[in-house]
Design a protein around this ligand. Structure first.
Ligand code: ZN
Ligand code: ZN
Length: 408
């Protein structure tokens, strides 16, 4: 029997020292006996998900964790934005980030964010979703506030088109132009969609109510940042492995799905602060029985980082510890655990930074080092040194004897 791999990624867990915490990071401040056990019994290090000083998005970070070079497979944010709002994205789909915007009768842009619209976008999006033009299937879904995603599905689409958003108010809505001969169809469909969006949205009840209330109407869609979903070879094709994932947020679920993981639905796993971490860890332990690799993303710490809330982030780290106690208590003999984060989200920055994340690898026979606690500072002294995101999977494959010898 070949050993199994368990990856537990605590989204945005990495941080910087916080003055109010006595210059400790939230993770260092948290009561975390089980996380420390994994570090103490394991091999530790720090990891730059992309490269030192590069600020990863959750999407590019996860691509790296799954062994893909994000610089090769990430052509534009669109497809990953689509996954983020929970759309199904298939290889070859072209997707664009969009704004709900306000235009006047001459299609001059009055407001690129439609008065920062917050409500009613789901209804507006529904009126645009599910259309076909020149054989291309067209889907649209709202995101947060004034944002949305346009997704095109047909064989042979190219994302090489200009933006349909001049990024400036007072200008006319520009026609999208193809930047390569094979992008003409994509450009025609996007232009047709933009015209149609105005035709449908200008008299939509949601907008009539907005105008009556003295608010700007969301009467057009401005698309930009076209990208194509690359074909990512499956775990089965790459390594002959069966892989499953447990994640709360749509973006991470989407990336797991396009790499051929089975995404398991866990009751109470929300991707929010209220997520049931114990249920996630328990589900992962169960999934290890019939998978070669199980991936878990726990989102909560990232949310606290974006909010700049070090108190809650510390509490979240302690909750992660408690959940990981379940794994510690019953750690499966045949499993190697990689415990890490997908990036740092320091409370003082309120966004992702390039600070490396703490990494502990635990399992039978790993080279235990002198690190006694799981945190950003202690792990830097560990035996794994400083890895890159794409190295991690390779190291795990090697520990579980799945790698080919290079040379004789
Ligand atoms: Zn993340
Ligand atoms: Zn984040």
């Amino acid at each position: 029997m070949v050993d199994k791999i368990l990856m537990v990624i605590c989204d945005g867990l990495g941080d910087r020292p916080v003055e109010a915490l006595g210059h400790k990071t939230p993770l260092q401040s948290a009561f975390r006996p089980h996380l420390n056990n994994f570090a103490m019994g394991g091999a530790c290090g720090i990891m730059d998900l992309i490269a030192p000083g590069i600020r990863p998005g959750s999407d590019t970070a996860h691509l790296a964790l799954f062994g893909f070079d994000p610089y090769k497979v990430y052509t534009g944010r669109g497809p990953f934005e689509a996954m983020g709002v929970g759309m199904e994205v298939r290889p070859g789909d072209v997707a664009l980030r969009c704004n709900f915007a306000s235009v006047d009768d001459k299609l001059s842009i009055v407001d690129r964010r439609a008065g920062r619209i917050k409500e009613g976008t789901a209804e507006l999006a529904k009126a645009l979703d599910g259309w076909e033009y020149e054989g291309v299937k067209v889907y649209f879904k709202e995101g947060t506030e004034h944002r949305g995603v346009l997704l095109l599905r047909a064989p042979g689409l190219s994302p090489a088109i200009s933006d349909g958003d001049p990024h400036e108010e007072g200008r006319k809505v520009p026609l999208v132009e193809p930047r390569a001969p094979d992008a003409a169809l994509t450009a025609r469909v996007v232009n047709a969609f933009v015209s149609r969006s105005h035709a449908i949205l200008k008299d939509h009840p949601v907008n009539r109510q907005r105008v009556a209330a003295g608010l700007r109407p969301a009467n057009i869609i401005l698309p930009r940042g076209a990208g194509i979903m690359p074909h990512l070879p499956s775990w089965k094709d790459r390594f002959g492995m069966k892989a499953a994932a447990i994640a709360g947020v749509a973006l991470v679920k989407g990336i797991c799905r396009v790499t051929g993981m089975e995404v398991l639905e866990v009751k109470g796993a929300t991707g929010g602060l209220d997520t049931d971490m114990n249920a996630k860890v328990e589900a992962a332990m169960k999934a290890l029985r019939d998978n070669d690799l199980v991936f878990v993303n726990i989102k909560a710490a990232d949310l606290c980082g974006h909010d700049g809330d070090h108190k809650t982030k510390t509490a979240v780290a302690a909750r992660i510890d408690k959940a990981m106690g379940l794994l510690w208590k019953d750690f499966p003999e045949d499993t190697y655990l990689a415990l890490a984060a997908d990036h740092s989200t320091p409370c003082c920055v309120k966004d992702h930074t390039g600070d490396p994340v703490p990494l502990a690898i635990f399992g039978r026979g790993v080279r235990t080092d002198d690190v006694k606690t799981y945190d950003e500072i202690a792990c830097a002294r560990g035996g794994l040194g400083r890895l890159r995101g794409t190295d991690l999977l390779q190291v795990m494959l090697d520990l579980t004897e799945r790698t080919e010898k290079f040379g004789a």
